[in-house]
Design a protein around this ligand. Structure first.
Ligand code: GLV
Ligand code: MG
Length: 284
């Protein structure tokens, strides 16, 4: 649930009341429930923290903190949450999902990722990031037809234009900082809700880089994200074959063998293990 940028300035109090009501009344089952609070830049932030923790019981698991710029922002949010948690005697510690969406946050990402024991995930806020870098786009996520390369002239052959991915660097940096600190990297929004194929391609791209999920900003995107980010049967079967091949190899004292004509080695065990473990965790 969101209290930040999908809520108009004049609706902040009402939105907070609605969120508190939902946290108390809606049965969210065993799902992790996250609320995006307002950022430290906003005077609404302290009330979001105080009123949700004071009034909504323990059902909120995670605060999504937008616009994190430095590790000190995380410290401040942590200190405030800790005070209110202690005051109300909350038993379950609230976690943090931090949105990396400004150049400051991208620059300080490693310190941010390690700044609090509450940290669980880093999220790519592509829309604000584009604004912060003054990138020439008004889309939320997605490709940009101007970001690409035109091949050199090669005789009379027609020249090709290859689209690049303008978000690659930012996403990779988030994946590295998150994984190095034991956090989950999560790709952000894709605004073209009428383009499920485009959204799906973006999900696959994120998954290939190591992202653990992607925001769904419309109900129609939820099933697509769940499908793509859950390893498919073929992928799990292949991962299990790699593990079996490496078990045999290691029994024979080998560090590397060939499977289907391709090299697999000790690093392949870790790759395959990550896929099998993820599938098991989803099934559990
Ligand atoms: C999300 O908050 C974004 O800015 O993309
Ligand atoms: Mg944002």
């Amino acid at each position: 649930m969101d209290l930040e940028d999908s809520v108009a300035a004049g609706e902040k109090e009402t939105a907070r009341k609605n969120v508190i009501h939902a946290l108390k009344e809606v049965d969210f089952g065993n799902k992790t429930v996250a609320v995006r609070i307002n950022g430290l830049y906003s005077h609404h932030m302290y009330k979001d923290v105080v009123e949700i923790i004071e009034q909504a019981g323990e059902r909120c698991d995670v605060f999504i903190v937008p616009m994190v710029g430095t590790d000190k922002d995380v410290y401040m949010a942590d200190a405030l949450v800790s005070q209110v948690e202690t005051a109300v005697g909350r038993k379950k510690k609230l976690g943090f999902g931090l949105i990396i969406e400004a150049t400051m946050g991208m620059m300080n990402i490693h310190a941010i990722a390690g700044a609090s024991k509450r940290n669980e995930s880093l999220h790519f806020g592509v829309a604000d990031y584009a604004a912060s870098t003054k990138s020439r786009t008004t889309n939320i996520g997605g490709p940009n037809r101007y970001y690409g390369v035109l091949t050199d002239q090669d005789g009379d052959k027609p020249r090709d234009f290859f689209w690049g991915d303008p978000w690659h660097y930012a996403m990779s940096r988030i994946v590295v900082a998150a994984r190095a600190n034991g956090l989950r990297p999560v790709d952000g929004p894709f605004g073209d809700i009428a383009d499920p194929d485009g959204y799906k391609a973006q999900c696959f791209r994120g998954a290939a880089l190591g992202m653990e999920g992607k925001w769904a900003i419309h109900p129609s995107q939820v099933a697509i994200a769940n499908e793509v980010f859950s390893p498919g049967e073929a992928e799990v079967t292949q991962a299990k074959r790699v593990l079996e091949a490496m078990e045999t190899a290691q029994r024979e004292g080998l560090g590397a063998v060939s499977l289907d004509g391709k090299l697999v080695d000790i690093a392949s065990i870790k790759q395959a293990d990550a896929i099998v473990k993820k599938a098991e965790a989803i099934a559990a």
